[in-house]
Design a binder for this molecule. Structure first.
Ligand code: NAG
Ligand code: NAG
Ligand code: NAG
Ligand code: NAG
Length: 340
């Protein structure tokens, strides 16, 4: 009995050691692990709470686009922007775009996405520029995570107050912006459930490995994953689309220099409006399925989906190619699938 107990405690000890080691490794990698964002965990009926104004709002700019034309740029603090000729009407669909660290609404990809959304989705596109806070250290940006989230929640509640309908709402976030979009959605839910949310390589540093249920952020939440170094390992969206090699790396990093696997996610998402990115109907042998693998209809392609197909949820593997626009033909995909 004694030996058994000793054996058991040794096992527990080793297990703890392993857990501790993994954690300290992650802590080293991210440095800032312990400050878990807990905004969404709080159970608050926010729509009945007086809307809070955050200081960070003063540094945030709202860029309104209608038919791919910038109609208005306003401070996020004033809240009278909807009366100032944005051209956006409450009966319009609305799309919110959120950039990442060291980025802005003037970035090439932001403008390209606004263009594709205007063309395929229509309605009003609002890019929320927080580049003033995002242009310094990641640590400083991360420290402001909850306040930026609160500020964006306030902005969306203002839209709702003015008659905009979350059923016609869509949010997109890249990297840090992906984490923001999820936290904003979870703060608004369940009273104001945003219809659809797409994220691109949601940031991992500072957020992993905290098990957040991103599927609670909106009615349909699909997350694209493209890198192992900057992207999250939390795959809890309704759909988790694993781009390239198991969602961890893109083969095209070799063919161009300015974008890593992380940055390629937005390029692929934007290209997916115009080019077919076919999904594999099986898990590639070299990939691990962390989640239920989706049942894929024949010739299923991923990307922005105007009407979310509820039959397709879970993990989806989508290989990408070496060269722009990074899609693979059906034939090449068959070859890849047959190789294993
Ligand atoms: C949240 O609060 C509401 C109202 O107080 C309550 O009805 C509900 O059960 C709570 N939900 C959770 C998950 O605690
Ligand atoms: C949208 O913009 C395009 C190109 O600038 C133009 O041809 C089209 O008429 C515009 N549509 C509306 C509804 O304003
Ligand atoms: C967040 O906002 C509150 C209220 O405006 C402020 O007191 C606090 O210092 C802010 N936090 C950070 C990290 O700026
Ligand atoms: C990408 O899609 C286009 C349009 O369907 C197709 O013509 C092209 O062959 C695809 N790219 C590759 C590398 O197969």
């Amino acid at each position: 009995m004694l030996t058994h107990n000793r054996f058991l405690s040794l096992k527990v000890f080793i297990l703890l050691l392993l857990v501790y080691k993994t954690h300290s490794k992650l802590n080293l990698k991210y440095g800032i692990l312990r400050r878990a964002p807990n905004l969404a965990a709080r159970n608050e009926t926010i729509s009945f709470r007086p809307r809070t104004k955050y200081d960070v709002q003063k540094t945030m700019r709202l860029m309104f686009y209608k038919n791919n034309t910038k109609t208005l740029e306003a401070s996020a603090f004033d809240e009278d922007y909807l009366q100032r000729g944005s051209g956006c009407s409450p009966s319009d669909k609305f799309a919110i775009v959120l950039h990442g660290w060291i980025q802005s609404c003037a970035d090439e990809w932001s403008l390209a996405l606004i263009d594709r959304l205007s063309y395929y989705r229509g309605g009003c596109v609002i890019c929320i520029d927080y580049s003033l806070i995002a242009s310094t250290s990641y640590m400083r940006l991360y420290t402001n995570f909850e306040n930026i989230t609160g500020a964006i929640v306030t902005i969306i509640l203002t839209l709702i107050k003015n008659g905009f309908d979350v059923k016609r709402g869509y949010m997109f976030g890249f990297s840090f912006g992906g984490q923001l979009v999820s936290a904003v959605g979870r703060s608004l839910a369940p009273q104001h459930m945003i219809q659809s949310i797409d994220t691109c390589d949601m940031a991992g540093p500072g957020f992993d490995p905290i098990a957040v249920d991103h599927s609670k952020a909106g009615k349909h939440v699909q997350c694209f994953h493209s890198s192992r170094d900057k992207g999250t390992f939390v795959y809890s969206c309704h759909r988790n689309i694993m781009l390239g090699s198991c969602g961890l790396a893109q083969p095209s990093v070799a063919s161009q220099l300015h974008l890593g696997s992380h940055g390629l996610c937005v390029d692929i998402y934007i290209n997916a409006f115009d080019y077919p990115f076919y999904a594999l109907n099986t898990t590639p042998s070299e990939c691990i399925a962390f989640q239920k693998v989706a049942k894929i209809p024949a010739d299923y392609t991923v990307g922005y989906e105007e009407n979310f197909d509820n039959r397709v949820t879970g993990q989806i593997f989508v290989p990408t190619s070496l060269h722009y626009p990074y899609n693979l033909s059906k034939k090449e995909l068959k070859f890849l699938a047959g190789k294993k």
